[in-house]
Design a protein around this ligand. Structure first.
Ligand code: AMP
Length: 125
């Protein structure tokens, strides 16, 4: 079910539990501000989720309320992860769903990194 990204942060969401170590994840990258882990239901051969460690519901929340340090760390981490995985030359796709129309399901900001095959048109028509 898509979530309403205008609601306050819910600290019982699944990514908050991952950040607290309450449920396991397959970590691919971590620093002071960022965690990245494999998506549990991959939609491409490479499908990693990158999340800020701070409590932000969505890109909207993060871009409005994140600190400069958090935002810089997050943007740099996404690029670093993709480069380290060798994705720059074949290419990759970033996706962030925000709210109902985008079908955001987890109310903690995450950017999907998809790669590993030709990814086709941008959106399903
Ligand atoms: P979105 O629709 O953009 O909110 O995407 C949420 C993503 O979180 C989906 O691709 C799910 O497969 C993924 N997901 C949900 N639970 C977990 C989990 N425990 N570990 C890793 N990925 C998860």
């Amino acid at each position: 079910m898509p979530i309403d990204a205008t609601k306050p942060y819910d600290d019982q969401n699944i990514f908050a539990k991952i950040l607290r170590g309450e449920i396991p994840n397959s970590t691919v990258y971590e620093d002071d501000h960022v965690l990245a882990f494999e998506d549990i239901n991959p939609q491409a051969p490479y499908h990693v989720l990158v999340i800020p460690k701070g409590a932000y519901v969505s890109w909207d929340d993060f871009s409005a309320n994140g600190s400069d340090a958090e935002i810089a760390a997050f943007i740099r981490a996404v690029g670093h992860i993709a480069r380290e995985a060798g994705l720059t030359e074949p290419g990759y796709r970033l996706l962030a769903n925000i709210g109902m129309d985008a079908h955001q399901e987890v109310p903690h900001l995450h950017v999907h990194i998809f790669a590993g095959r030709p990814l086709g048109p941008m959106l399903v028509r």
